[in-house]
Design a binder for this molecule. Structure first.
Ligand SMILES: [Zn+2]
Length: 70
């Protein structure tokens, strides 16, 4: 039995790279996953929003809903 040297099959997978989070609104970056960030998926693309922008967008959405609803 001969196995190929190295773990190239395991090591160079395409799915294990930690991507830095980039806020889709203000462009703020976070190198580690932030539990306070919001993630929304639109058309199969993920968008991240920092805690500040997610708050602001929430407020904006609430304001819009309020005026649009009535
Ligand atoms: Zn932001």
């Amino acid at each position: 039995m001969t196995s190929p040297p190295g773990d190239s099959d395991h090591g160079s997978g395409s799915a294990r790279e930690p991507e830095p989070l980039v806020c889709a609104r203000c462009g703020a970056r976070a190198e580690a996953p932030q539990p306070t960030w919001a993630c929304s998926v639109e058309n199969g693309t993920r968008y991240y929003f920092c805690d500040r922008c997610s708050r602001e967008s929430l407020t904006a959405i609430e304001g819009r809903l309020d005026s649009a609803w009535w």
